[in-house]
Design a protein around this ligand. Structure first.
Ligand code: ATP
Length: 236
C-alpha cells in the first residue's frame, strides 16, 4: 500500500468557540480523494483548517512534515494549494495576471516555466490569456482558479466544490482536468456535492456528517454502498 501524502489525526476546528470538526482522522493517499456530506457538515471548514486559514487542534502531516496550524503562507510553501469555493479570482485582472499571482511565492524563472506549463495544460486559457477573468464563463473561471493554484507547484491540491454552478459538460471537462493533475503525481483532496460524478472520478472517499467521519473507503465501494445510495443518490 502506498504511503499517505497527507495524514490527519484528531483534527478539531470551528468558529469562535463553536466546534465544527470533532476530531477527524484521515489518510489521503496519492490519487483523488473526495469528501462528501450534507450542507453544514464541516467540509469547507476541513479544507480551510488544513490550509492554515482557521485555527485548529490536532495534527496534519504533509509528506512527512507537520503543517503549521493557522499559517496559510507556510502551508503553501510546504506544498499545499487550495481552490476555495467561489473561485475568488481577481475579476478586473487578466487570466495571465491571475495565474502570475498564484506563483507569488515562486522565483521568477520558475514562475515563467509554470505559466507556460499552465497554458499547455489548459489550452482554453492560452486562447484567453489577455481576457479579464471576470468576463469569462463559470467553467473557464474555475479552470483559471485551478491553474492558478497549480502555479505554486503543490504536492496536495485541495478543491472546494469545483463543479458548483457548472453545466454538466463543464463538470465533466473539469473532472477530466483534475484526473490529469492527479496522474501527474499531485494528490487531490476534493469536496463535492456532485456525489455520483465525484465518486466516479475519485479513488477514495470520506463521508462527513456533523463534523465526524461516518463512512470511508474505496470510491467504487462507496458509490454502491447503502449509506451513499440512500442518503446521497436517492436510490432505495
Ligand atoms: P456546505 O456544503 O453548505 O458548504 P460544509 O460541509 O462545507 O457545508 P461548513 O461551511 O464547513 O460546512 O460549515 C460547518 C458549520 O460551521 C456550519 O454550521 C456553518 O454554519 C458554520 N460556519 C461556517 N463558517 C462560519 C463562520 N465564518 N462563522 C461561524 N460559523 C461558521
Amino acid at each position: 500500500m502506498s504511503a499517505s501524502t497527507l495524514t490527519v489525526r484528531a483534527l478539531s476546528a470551528g468558529y469562535h468557540g463553536f466546534q465544527v470538526l470533532q476530531g477527524l482522522d484521515l489518510d489521503v493517499l496519492p490519487g483523488i480523494t473526495v469528501v462528501l456530506g450534507p450542507n453544514g457538515a464541516g467540509k469547507t471548514t476541513l479544507l480551510k483548517a488544513l490550509a492554515g486559514l482557521l485555527p485548529r487542534a490536532g495534527e496534519a502531516v504533509l509528506d512527512g512534515v507537520a503543517l503549521p496550524p493557522g499559517e496559510a503562507t507556510a502551508c503553501v510553501r510546504q506544498g499545499l494549494a487550495l481552490v476555495a469555493e467561489g473561485r475568488q479570482l481577481f475579476p478586473q485582472m487578466t487570466v495571465t495576471e491571475n495565474l502570475e499571482l498564484g506563483g507569488w511565492l515562486t522565483p521568477a524563472r520558475l514562475r515563467s516555466e509554470r505559466l507556460a506549463r499552465a497554458f499547455e495544460d489548459f489550452p482554453r486559457l492560452r486562447e484567453r490569456a489577455r481576457q479579464l477573468a471576470g468576463t469569462m464563463s463559470g467553467g473557464e473561471q474555475q479552470m483559471v482558479a485551478v491553474a492558478r493554484a497549480m502555479m505554486s507547484g503543490p504536492r496536495l491540491l485541495m478543491l472546494d466544490e469545483p463543479s458548483l454552478g457548472l453545466a454538466p459538460r463543464m463538470v465533466d471537462e473539469l473532472l477530466a482536468i483534475v484526473r490529469r493533475i492527479a496522474a501527474q503525481g499531485v494528490t487531490v483532496l476534493m469536496v463535492e456535492q456532485n456525489v455520483r460524478k465525484a465518486l466516479q472520478s475519485a479513488d477514495r472517499g470520506y463521508v462527513l456528517e456533523r463534523g465526524r467521519i461516518v463512512a470511508s473507503g474505496d470510491a467504487q465501494t462507496l458509490l454502491h454502498s447503502d449509506v451513499i445510495r440512500q442518503a446521497y443518490l436517492g436510490v432505495a
